[in-house]
Design a protein around this ligand. Structure first.
Ligand SMILES: [Zn+2]
Length: 268
């Protein structure tokens, strides 16, 4: 997709990067990404993807902006409290970059609409805030063959990885794990911390959402080392970042050789 004069100007600091160049910027322009959740992670994630010139961004979130969101959900403003998060975030993204297309889905992603939402994009970025959605998106991305960049935050801690389990590993090694290779099943409901109960330092969501945006851009352009097969762990209190190896689990019910999950019927 060719770039206009104003786009060449807007993205000049990308294009000057040898790894990106005009060709990489054109790849971003022709890319379509689904951002799940317009909250603490989804705000910096979507803001950077729109600023970077990702051609089409689909936003899915069924919530409205509340005052207690604003400590971390930086796509929203005090004046937009009470508005739908998709509309509020879309207004901010369009203000930053009117060259990109923002598609609003003011709904929750479910087993019923996942195929349509995920089928419309090249990559999914999960910034959702609950385990049920996280597992649904993992399963859907594997079944429908789309890469997934997934982040999570609570209190002072963050995690990030890229999942491409739909790509079959080469014989005798390699291969890409999925989220279920890391966590088999959602934890029982009473053991789940959430932001409202556990709290979160707002800037930690900013760090993780920005790292997530960076990995999305790398995947779309096809540069650097993919985070697939590694889990990045950020501990803000001790200012430590580490990555641990993630291997495909041969007993994984989704991506293993004896997989039992063949569709989304186990999800709400
Ligand atoms: Zn798996």
């Amino acid at each position: 997709m060719p770039l206009s004069d104003s786009e060449l100007d807007r993205y000049a600091r990308h294009i000057v990067l040898r790894e990106v160049g005009g060709a990489g910027q054109q790849k971003l322009k022709s890319s379509r990404v689904l951002v799940v959740g317009a909250g603490g992670l989804g705000s910096p994630l979507a803001l950077y993807l729109a600023a970077a010139g990702v051609g089409t961004l689909h936003l899915v979130d069924d919530d409205t902006v509340s005052l207690s969101n604003l400590q971390r959900q930086i796509a929203h403003t005090t004046a937009r409290v009470g508005e739908r998060k998709t509309a509020s975030a879309a207004a901010q993204l369009r203000a930053i970059n009117p060259e990109v297309t923002i598609v609003e889905h003011a709904t929750r992603i479910t087993a019923g609409n996942a195929r349509e939402l995920i089928g419309a994009v090249d990559l999914v970025a999960d910034g959702s805030d609950n385990f049920d959605t996280r597992f649904l998106i993992n399963d859907a991305c594997h079944l429908y063959g789309k890469p997934l960049v997934s982040a999570a935050v609570v209190q002072f801690d963050g995690q990030l990885s890229t999942f491409k389990s739909h790509i079959r590993g080469t014989e005798g090694g390699g291969g890409h794990p999925c989220y279920r290779c890391l966590y088999r099943e959602p934890p029982p409901p009473d053991s789940r911390p959430n932001c409202a109960e556990a709290g979160i330092l707002g800037a930690v969501a900013g760090v993780m959402g920005t790292l997530q945006a960076t990995e999305v851009l790398k995947e779309l352009i096809g540069i650097g080392d993919s985070l697939s097969g590694r889990l990045l762990i950020y501990d803000a209190l001790s200012t430590a970042v580490r990555t641990v190896r993630l291997k495909p689990d041969p007993a994984c019910p989704l991506c293993g050789p004896q997989a039992t999950i063949k569709d989304l019927s186990g999800h709400a």
